[in-house]
Design a binder for this molecule. Structure first.
Ligand code: GAP
Length: 485
């Protein structure tokens, strides 16, 4: 099942920083390869204890910003298994495909555009591959540039052909063609097919958005890079509906650009030097989209799409109205006129956001000044709001019962006050414990020492400055809550 050749090749090719992040993720419980004890399933991943916390913190931040803190957006949660007609209407059964090639020698299956991009980047060829037609990709692969298979090194390719990304599922209770359904390929369609339900059951008025967080599934064949592109992934999408006669789409588009940028910089704490906008050219953009721009992040393997923003016009609602034979318009309360709204769609992958956050937060301190046991402190400078573990509590010595008891009391008390994971650690020496918490990005470490027994104060050590301050135990809860805000 696993195409191990792809893994090997890209592991060798991967940037050193990426390799270190992948190793850290496995070692410390962020991300594990999926189904690992059975040899793995390529492009699937499981999240460990700290990875799960981080993922959930990102989702909460997204939901808070785009649903709870806005007056004009409501959330839904649609089914993952969906009617086959949804995907015919949306164009996914025919148009949702990647260009694939197989190596006739070693049977490696790979995306044609990825092989060409790799070839171009090694030779610093600036030509763009994204958006090229099947024929154009085929010409590049078949002509004698000598693009060889990354697995076996041979130039024995099949022709380039389309490979549909939707995952079909067969429903047990119905027979024949009717049993076919699909795992959703994007969360977006859930918003379109529930548009009328939301209008009828709430008090929304144009312009308004419907948001959703949830899994999508795509039968992707990808070149690794950890969780960047996977078979199942969490999407955060908003369909922002408006009347094009009353709202200026260009203005709305620009407002969305600002909201997305600000979320990544302010809420996720990402360095804006690593961000840029890239507009899709005519050949790359979907035929129904008037404008599409990607917010890109500079991953260790280059600038790549993080978050797409597309003006999808009224295409989706009109398609569903036609295929389902339903009226998907909304009545303007001022004019009484029926409007099929247009839509602007910000669509992001939450797992891809998580990878960006890890890449951006990863630091190795200067060995000469570092406190790590091997001289190299690895630290994840995560925004405290996102950190999987908020506080670690240490008794200075594990074999001094009064210290251990006090540490347990502080730990239990903090658990009541702080929203998020708190941990208690008495293994090894203090330096190693700090180092272990730095690696997973814990912003604060509290140590109970002999002075604590006398005056009920503890040290609070800051992950980034490594400075320690002495704080009264009774003030800990409010101090840490304040620092995490
Ligand atoms: N409704 C539009 C839509 O789904 P997309 O560009 O295909 O657009 C949106 O996906 C976002 O979802 C991307 O910007 C990316 O962050 C994420 N994404 C797409 N495919 C992914 C995959 N296979 N694995 C992880 N994330 C993915």
């Amino acid at each position: 099942m696993v195409i191990s050749g792809i893994f090997c090749y890209y592991t060798i090719m991967a940037d050193n920083k990426m390799e270190k992040i992948v190793a850290l993720c496995k070692r410390r419980g962020f991300i594990y390869p999926g189904s690992e004890i059975y040899g793995g399933v390529a492009n699937t991943y499981d999240y460990g204890p700290v990875g799960t916390e981080l993922l959930s913190n990102i989702k909460n931040a997204w939901w808070k910003t785009f649903v709870h803190q806005r007056d004009d957006i409501v959330g839904i949660e649609a089914s993952l298994i969906s009617h086959q007609e949804i995907w015919k209407a949306s164009g996914h059964t025919t148009g949702f495909a990647d260009a694939m090639i197989d190596c006739k020698n070693c049977k490696l299956r790979i995306r044609a555009d990825h092989v060409i991009e790799e070839y171009y980047s090694k030779r610093s060829i600036k030509e763009k591959v994204e958006g090229k037609s099947l024929d154009a990709l085929d010409k590049i692969i078949q002509n004698d540039l000598g693009i060889v298979c990354p697995n076996c090194g041979k130039h024995k390719w099949t022709g380039v052909r389309k490979f549909n990304l939707l995952f079909p599922v067969n429903l047990g209770i119905v027979e024949g063609d009717q049993s076919l359904a699909y795992l959703r390929g994007e969360t977006a369609q859930g918003m379109f097919v529930n548009f009328q339900n939301v209008v009828d059951s709430t008090r929304v008025r144009l312009p308004f958005g419907i948001a959703q967080l949830g899994k999508s599934f795509r039968n992707e064949i990808t070149p690794g890079n950890s969780i960047f592109r996977t078979l199942e992934f969490e999407q955060g999408e908003i369909e922002y509906f408006f009347d094009p006669e009353k709202s200026d789409w260009e203005k709305l588009f620009d407002e969305w650009k600002k909201s997305m940028w600000s979320f990544v910089v302010k809420e996720l704490g990402v360095n804006e030097k690593n961000l840029r906008w890239r507009e899709h050219g005519d050949e790359e953009r979907s035929f129904y989209s008037k404008r599409t721009e990607d917010l890109e992040y500079k991953f260790p393997f280059g600038f790549k799409e993080l978050w797409g923003l597309a003006y999808r016009t009224d295409y989706d609602l009109r398609q569903h109205a036609k295929f389902a034979n339903k009226d998907l318009s909304i009545t303007d309360p001022e004019t009484g006129k029926k409007v099929v709204p247009h839509v602007i769609e910000p669509a992001v992958g939450i797992n891809r956001m998580l990878l960006m956050i890890l890449c951006d937060a990863y630091r190795e301190d200067d060995p000469s000044t570092s406190s790590g046991p091997s001289g190299n402190r690895v630290v994840l400078k995560l925004h405290p709001k996102l950190a999987p573990v908020k506080v670690a509590v240490f008794p200075l010595l594990a074999n001094k019962l009064p210290l251990v008891k006090m540490a347990k009391d502080v730990y239990r008390d903090l658990k009541k006050h702080i929203n998020g994971m708190i941990t208690l650690d008495d293994r090894g020496n203090i330096g190693k414990r700090y180092y272990a918490q730095d690696e997973i990005g814990t912003p604060f470490c509290i140590t109970i020492d002999f002075q604590s027994l006398e005056d009920k104060t503890v040290t609070v050590r800051d992950r980034d400055s490594m400075k320690q301050e002495r704080v009264k135990i009774e003030n800990l809860g409010s101090l840490i809550t304040q620092k995490l805000a």
